[in-house]
Structures are given as structure tokens and as C-alpha cells.
Design a protein around this ligand. Structure first.
Ligand code: WTA
Length: 652
């Protein structure tokens, strides 16, 4: 085990009103564990309640029948009031959002808290007028524009439950999610922009609505973004700007219970269809706001830029809810790091004096490949803190981020968390934690990581490596998989009662710092995006010429993991390059561009055990091209299958 790392001491100058110092971290962490209820009762004071909670934690994680997670259960609040109304008096003219377009020639927008409040109220009223009420589900399929945040907050204001679907997903993926959550309305835009191209969002929604089981969608609200003409169906489709023009800039917020649903967000699990993680109102908001304030050391003068898409949990917690609950300025960027050129991120930082920049290792690695020049021609002097999220960061990329992007001045918070956790669970605190490149480092307050040895199934004390679990609960934890409590319990809690299984593997070093080493289930992490091998396989076998398919990940320099698929054709169909292209196009159509395989290998048959289970371990080795060490293949029904695959791999 490698125990000698370079270390980056806690920098001086982290002394803002929310800064946690080295001494405070230990004391607060201990307090958060020894009297969790007192700790989280205090944390809840950062939120404005109509009725302050007297009940703090109420959870049962140990048996399927009584399984439940509740926080602040008798509290009442409204999330949009916390993100908007309460800031109006002191920060009404402060920028809540700064929007930067994909196209640098399009002027950026600055939206104050007062303006955002007015927009949210108008949209909330418009939604109510269409009959959308408390508890109804609304799917949001949007580009990265101001109206997307407005839509989320408008739902929160009227108590509707939003379900944001990433704008890169294809019609079939939209339809799956809409059906699963029973959405009665979809908010979308005519088109999105990305790297100079247009994305036909409304057309994708139209195609999704043609699919079976979509009758529940009664209204489609369309934001005119690029101004392109789109198909509008009478009595179903409405231009949102026209509806909002007619509405008042005041909208009575719903008084929500802390445990009322706030949103459903789909993510990939190791089996079957994506699971709709359900997050509720009070605990989620407290946790998003508190982690955002403490881990990013937020100050009133900060311009905070998280480059994630709002279609993922990172965008929910750290573009929308955390920053806005804290009255911060949040930058929202429509584009990509490489357009028009590899200097774009750094130019945007200079243009808007960004102080805190939070991005994904895959973006850092891609930009690192371009060399330092695109970075060094910008100033970046406004920056004071950097962050990463989404996948393990390799130490080389960490050092480049620190030395070149941050000019050696800015600490890096490597934040580990998941859709299921609602907010960051393991991360350095910039004023408190010595950083080691590649380590997510220390647990946040109230978080108790545990490592389980894979071979023996026992808990590891002290340094070691195993599967990562979290003991107990925290306010931001997902409450359920929408409509399927049992699946949530069985996939995440059943094996070790009282602990949540993360699906990640992790190492703890002698200082008690945590190093995430990657997924141990059948979930791939491609460019920081989660995707289940089961989803990839079911998209492939839905093609009429495919008999069977298997998908695995392999190490990829930029993406972290790439997608490698094996395809067995039905009898009577011949392998060809054109069929290969057809299958790749089919996967993009079924799921979206994030499902594009890096390699597609024909497999006359797949290696299976005698009981018919595909041996992925072997397929992973072939994909990685480490076939000299295939391990034990004696349990295979037909070992010659492996030789054929290895031969074909060598020829490719
Ligand atoms: C991975 C994204 C290493 C991990 C917030 C996790 C990370 C999955 C880190 C969740 C990190 C996220 N270091 N790995 N700092 N952050 N991951 O649900 O495998 O999209 O389980 O949430 O990303 O992905 P999700």
C-alpha cells in the first residue's frame, strides 16, 4: 500500500465567516457524532421554517418492513422561499445567477435575487393556472439556461415535484422517466446549444410523447431559447414566456412538510432500469446548504461556478439549491470546456471574476492534454478555491489543476458523494484539511464511513481497503427509490443492517483519510456520468439483429472509464462495419450520446458459467487487454469461447 504521498498543507488566509479551522473540525466532528440530534438541530437553523422542527432524526435502516428515513419530520418550510424571498431584503440586487452562453458572442446575463424571485413567481402562477398542483410531478428537459433554475424553483414554490432529465438523453430515456414518475407536465425549450451545435429538445419531447404510456402528460411548456420554429400541439403545448407575461410577480408559496418530496432524479443502478432517487424538502435543503457553505467556505463576495449539468445531482445541490439557499452568486454555463477552444473555462473565470471553481476530473484531464498555454494566457487571479467531483482524480491531474490552473495558490476540495447522498459526504475542508492529491480525505460532519473487507465480509479497523458503507443517516440522504422502497432497502441496506452501501470501493490510510478507488458494482463511470451495464445491454438487445450483449468498462485516459460491448448476433445476420455503426447509432438513439461505446466486439458467444451467468470478470480482462492473466476459467461451460474472443481482440 502506498503511504507516501505529497502533502499540501492547509493554506493561510482561509478565515471567512463560514471557515472551519483545523481545530474546529475535530471538535465539531466529534460533537456531530456523539450528539447527532443536537448537531443537526443546530444545523437546521440555517434554514427559515414556517414551523421549526422539534423532531430531528427518525430512521429505521435495519429491517425491510419498517425501513424509513425521516428528518425534521414536524418542520414546515418552502424551499423557494429559502432560496429567494429571505434574501430580498439584504441581497435583492445581488446576482443570484450569472449565465454564460455556449456562444461567447451571445451576451451573458446577470439575474438578481429580486429578478429571479419575480420570474419564479410568474412561472409558479403559470403552472398553477394549468392545473399543476402540490404533489404533481413535472419533468424538466432543458439546456443550461436561467429558465431551468426558474423551473425547478417554481415547482418547489407550488409544491410540485420536479424531475430533471439530462438534456443529452434520447426520447426513449425521457419516456421511461416520465412514465416512471407519472409526470403530468414537461418543461422544455425549443433547442439547446452545445459546442456550436443545436440540440433539438422539443423534437425529442415530441418523439417521447409518441411512445406508448405517455398519455398522462397533459401540458408541455416550451421556453423559446434559440427561436427556431418547433411543432406546437394545440391545447397541449404552450410558449412559457407568453404564459408568464400574463402572471403576477407574487406567488403564494406552499407550506410544505419537511418530508414532502422535492424532486426525483434518476440514476443508474447495477440492475435494470434507472432508479428514481427521491429527495425531500427539509433535510435535503439543510444538507445542501450546509455542505456548500462549509466545504466551499462561502463568503458574500464569492462567484461560485459549478460546471456540472443541472440534469445531475451535482447541478441540483451545487448550482441551484446550495448556493441559492446561501444567498451566493451561482454561475450557470451552457457550453463545454473545449468550445470555441480549450481556453474557454479560464476565459469565463476571468470574465466573471469567478472565485470558486468546481469541475470534474475528466474535464481536467482533457484540458491538461492541451498543455498549459490555453490556461496561462488567462489571469485567473480571482480564483481562491478549486473543487472536483464525479470520479477519482489521478494525482497527476490533481497536481496540474493545483499548479497550473490554481497557480499553486488555491486548495482543492476533492468531494466524494452520490445522487443517493444528496450532498457531499467526504471532502477536505479548505481551512482545515491537509490535502493529498487523489484523496477525498475526511468525512463531513455527522458522516461515519465504514469499510468492509470483501473476502471476509468483516469491518476493517484502521488502514485498509474494502467496500465503502456509511453508518446511520444524514439529512440529505435519499428517502427512497420512487415507488419502490423495497428495491432501495434491498439494493443498499440489506446486507449490513444499519449501514448504507455506496457501491464504491475505498482505501483508508494511516491518517484516517479516505481514497475512493471506483465502483464495485455493475455501474460504469464514464466521464463522471453513471451508466449501468444493464441499461447498455438492454438497449443493445432491443435491436432486432442482436441475440445477446454484454457491456463492461475499461480504463480510459480521459474519460476515466470507457464502454466496451460484446455483441452476439442472431442467426442469419453477418458481422459488418455497417452493422457495427448501426448498433452504435441505435444505442445513442435508445439512451443518448453518453451511451456511445468506445469498442464494439463481435462475440460468436459469451463466456458463461454452467448456470448461465455471464462471466464479466473475463470480459473486463479482454477489454483491458490483460489476457495473460485470465484467472480461473474452469467454471466456464465452454472455455473455448474465451480463446475465440481473445483472438478477435488481438486482431482488432
Ligand atoms: C463517483 C455524483 C471518486 C463514485 C456526485 C460515486 C467519485 C459516483 C467522487 C456517484 C470523488 C463521485 N472521487 N469518485 N470525489 N465523486 N464519485 O450519483 O463512484 O452521479 O459512487 O453523483 O461517482 O455518481 P453520481
Amino acid at each position: 500500500m502506498n503511504t507516501t504521498h505529497d502533502r499540501y498543507p492547509v493554506p493561510q488566509g482561509f478565515a471567512g465567516p463560514q471557515t472551519v479551522t483545523q481545530e474546529q473540525y475535530e471538535d465539531l466532528y466529534q460533537a456531530s457524532i456523539t450528539d447527532a440530534d443536537a448537531f443537526w438541530a443546530k444545523a437546521a437553523e440555517r434554514v427559515d421554517w414556517y414551523r421549526a422542527p422539534t423532531q430531528i432524526q427518525d430512521t429505521c435502516l435495519t429491517n425491510a418492513d419498517e425501513f424509513h428515513i425521516r428528518w425534521y419530520a414536524d418542520g414546515e418550510l418552502n424551499v423557494s422561499v429559502n432560496c429567494l424571498d429571505r434574501h430580498l431584503e439584504k441581497r435583492g440586487d445581488k446576482a443570484a445567477l450569472i449565465w454564460e452562453s455556449d456562444d461567447p458572442a451571445i451576451p451573458s446575463q446577470r439575474v438578481t435575487y429580486r429578478e429571479l424571485h419575480a420570474k419564479v413567481c410568474k412561472m409558479g402562477n403559470a403552472l398553477r393556472r394549468l392545473g399543476i398542483a402540490r404533489g404533481d410531478r413535472v419533468t424538466i428537459y432543458m439546456p443550461m439556461i436561467v429558465e431551468t433554475i426558474v423551473a425547478m424553483l417554481a415547482c418547489a414554490r407550488i409544491g410540485a415535484v420536479h424531475n430533471v432529465v439530462f438534456g443529452g438523453f434520447a426520447p426513449a430515456s425521457i419516456a421511461d422517466r416520465v412514465r416512471n414518475c407519472g409526470a403530468s407536465a414537461i418543461i422544455t425549450a425549443d433547442e439547446g446549444r452545445r459546442a456550436g451545435r443545436k440540440i433539438a429538445l422539443k423534437a425529442n419531447v415530441d418523439a417521447a410523447l409518441e411512445m406508448p404510456g405517455m398519455e398522462g402528460v397533459r401540458s408541455v411548456l416550451v421556453v423559446p431559447n434559440t427561436g427556431t420554429p418547433v411543432n406546437m400541439v394545440a391545447e397541449r403545448d404552450y410558449w412559457l414566456d407568453r404564459l408568464m407575461e400574463r402572471e403576477s410577480a407574487e406567488c403564494e408559496p406552499e407550506r410544505m412538510n419537511a418530508e414532502d418530496p422535492l424532486f426525483i432524479l434518476y440514476t443508474s443502478g447495477s440492475t435494470g432500469k434507472p432508479k428514481g432517487m427521491l429527495h425531500t424538502t427539509g433535510g435535503y435543503l439543510v444538507y445542501a446548504a450546509y455542505t456548500h457553505a462549509a466545504i466551499f467556505d462561502i463568503r458574500d463576495s464569492d462567484v461560485f461556478w459549478c460546471t456540472a449539468d443541472v440534469g445531475w445531482i451535482t447541478g441540483h445541490s451545487y448550482i441551484a439549491y446550495g448556493p441559492l439557499a446561501n444567498g451566493a452568486t451561482s454561475l450557470i454555463f451552457e457550453g463545454v470546456p473545449s468550445y470555441p477552444d480549450a481556453s474557454r473555462f479560464w476565459q469565463v473565470i476571468d470574465k466573471h471574476d469567478v472565485t470558486i471553481f468546481y469541475t470534474a476530473p475528466t474535464a481536467i484531464r482533457a484540458l491538461m492534454r492541451e498543455g498549459p498555454e490555453p490556461v496561462l494566457r488567462t489571469s485567473r487571479k480571482s480564483l481562491r478555491l478549486l473543487g472536483t467531483v464525479g470520479e477519482p482524480i489521478n494525482p497527476e491531474a490533481w497536481r496540474w489543476y493545483h499548479g497550473v490552473v490554481g497557480a499553486g495558490r488555491c486548495p482543492i476540495v476533492d468531494t466524494w458523494w452520490q445522487t443517493e447522498t444528496g450532498g457531499i459526504l467526504i471532502s477536505p475542508l479548505p481551512g482545515a484539511t491537509e490535502c493529498k492529491p487523489g484523496a477525498a480525505s475526511v468525512p463531513f460532519f455527522g458522516i461515519r464511513p465504514a469499510l468492509v473487507d470483501v473476502a471476509s465480509g468483516t469491518l476493517i479497523e484502521g488502514p485498509g481497503e474494502g467496500n465503502l458503507f456509511i453508518r446511520g443517516s444524514w439529512p440529505g440522504q435519499a428517502r427512497s427509490i420512487y415507488g419502490d422502497d423495497r428495491r432501495y432497502y434491498e439494493s443498499c441496506f440489506k446486507d449490513y443492517p444499519g449501514m448504507y452501501f455506496t457501491g464504491d470501493s475505498c482505501r483508508r490510510d494511516a491518517d484516517g483519510h479516505y481514497w475512493i478507488t471506483g465502483r464495485v458494482d455493475d455501474v460504469l463511470n464514464v466521464s463522471g456520468h453513471r451508466i449501468g451495464t444493464a441499461e447498455l445491454e438492454s438497449a443493445l438487445v432491443s435491436h432486432p439483429k442482436v441475440a445477446e450483449a454484454a457491456a463492461v468498462g475499461f480504463a480510459h485516459d480521459i474519460k476515466g472509464q470507457g464502454i466496451y460491448v460484446y455483441v452476439t448476433l442472431k442467426a442469419g445476420h453477418a458481422e459488418s462495419d455497417s452493422l457495427r455503426q448501426e448498433l452504435v447509432a441505435h444505442m445513442r438513439r435508445e439512451i443518448g450520446p453518453i451511451a456511445t461505446p468506445d469498442h464494439l466486439q463481435w462475440a460468436p458467444s459469451l463466456p458463461k458459467t454452467r448456470s448461465g451467468k455471464i462471466m464479466r470478470r473475463i470480459l473486463r480482462k479482454i477489454a483491458e487487454n490483460t489476457v495473460d492473466d485470465l484467472g480461473d476459467i474452469t467454471t466456464l461451460a465452454d472455455p473455448s469461447v474465451v480463446q475465440a474472443l481473445v483472438r478477435e481482440r488481438r486482431m482488432a
